[in-house]
Design a protein around this ligand. Structure first.
Ligand SMILES: C[S@@+](CC[C@H](N)C(=O)[O-])C[C@H]1O[C@@H](n2cnc3c(N)ncnc32)[C@H](O)[C@@H]1O
Length: 286
């Protein structure tokens, strides 16, 4: 019927597959890109769906969402921030996600991609000035490094990453976006790899939650002797951004004698949990 929205179309597709109305709630939102949709965790999990779900049912859901492949979200877990996405329909979990003119290729079941950080990815592509050297200590699949490489006139980026799946994705995306020559990947723990990078950075990115404090020393190790800007992500309570920023600035300055920190700004990225925001502090160190 004309004017029916995506939720109604999903409802219709499921109803027509079952020959009756769905036994309980169906998802109201999902992430859809390329030819895949990722359902929120817990979708179709209550017992009323037990006898219904299976390959043909997933095909009906995919049809309702106008995609070829289906996945379901899980929790992002563990020290390598492994994505908890599980495939429901389709064997191939490789996706290419295009955002702001950048192609990110990755395995959805192995790496995470936070759609909510879109503005921060765009911002990173805008703040870097011509000729800067950047060190991304938690590069992942290139969330922040790729927009910088594609949209700024950066001289070079050093990407640190210890998850091999993320490194493989990053390598693929560097080629795909034609920027490989501007990037060096340092595989392994950034607390070790920082030592071979040297004090080259005009800018350091620290995009790890809940905190990157265990790598504060590594950040100071790669920051140029003349100082630079560090983008430090973290979690803060909505009315306590300033206190959080002060603590972070004191913490990081401990790792370079005589260093001084000047807060540029704290930006909110998104809500992380009730009363906790994902924020990023831009701080100038000299
Ligand atoms: C959470 S991801 C980055 C997410 C990203 N900031 C976003 O916006 O979605 C952080 C990455 O840092 C990597 N990582 C964590 N600790 C590390 C360490 N000590 N050395 C190198 N890589 C590390 C993880 O494997 C992961 O790929």
């Amino acid at each position: 019927m004309a004017g029916r929205g995506p939720h109604e179309r999903l409802y219709d597709s499921i109803s027509s597959f079952l020959g009756k109305n769905p036994p309980s709630e169906i998802p109201k939102k999902w992430e859809r890109f390329s030819d895949i949709a990722i359902l929120p965790s817990g979708s179709f999990r209550d017992e009323s769906w037990e006898d219904v779900v299976g390959p043909d049912f997933w095909k009906a859901v995919a049809q309702g969402l106008n995609v070829e492949r289906l996945g379901v979200m899980g929790e992002v877990t563990g020290r390598i921030r492994k994505s908890g996405v599980k495939m429901l329909l389709g064997d191939d979990d490789w996706v290419v996600r295009r955002e702001n003119g950048v192609d990110y290729g990755y395995h959805v079941t192995k790496c995470m991609f936070s759609a909510g950080n879109v503005n921060e990815r765009r911002r990173m592509g805008e703040v870097v000035r011509r000729g800067e050297v950047v060190v991304d200590l938690f590069a992942g699949i290139g969330y922040y490094s790729l927009p910088i490489l594609v949209h700024s006139e950066v001289e070079h980026i050093h990407c640190c990453e210890w998850n091999n799946d993320a490194v493989e994705s990053l390598e693929w995306s560097l080629e795909r976006n034609n920027v490989s020559s501007l990037c060096t990947i340092h595989r392994g723990d950034n607390r070790e790899t920082c030592k071979s990078i040297g004090k080259v950075a005009d800018r350091v990115i620290m995009g790890l939650l809940p905190t990157s404090e265990r790598s504060f020393e590594a950040a100071m190790e790669v920051l140029s002797d003349s100082g630079g800007v560090i983008h430090i992500h973290g979690l803060a309570k909505p009315d306590e951004y300033s206190e959080w920023a002060e603590e972070v600035m004191t913490g990081i300055c401990n790792f370079r004698e005589g260093s001084r920190a000047r807060k540029i700004i704290v930006n909110r990225i998104k809500s992380y949990a009730p009363r906790w925001d994902h924020v990023v502090l831009d701080v100038e160190i000299n």
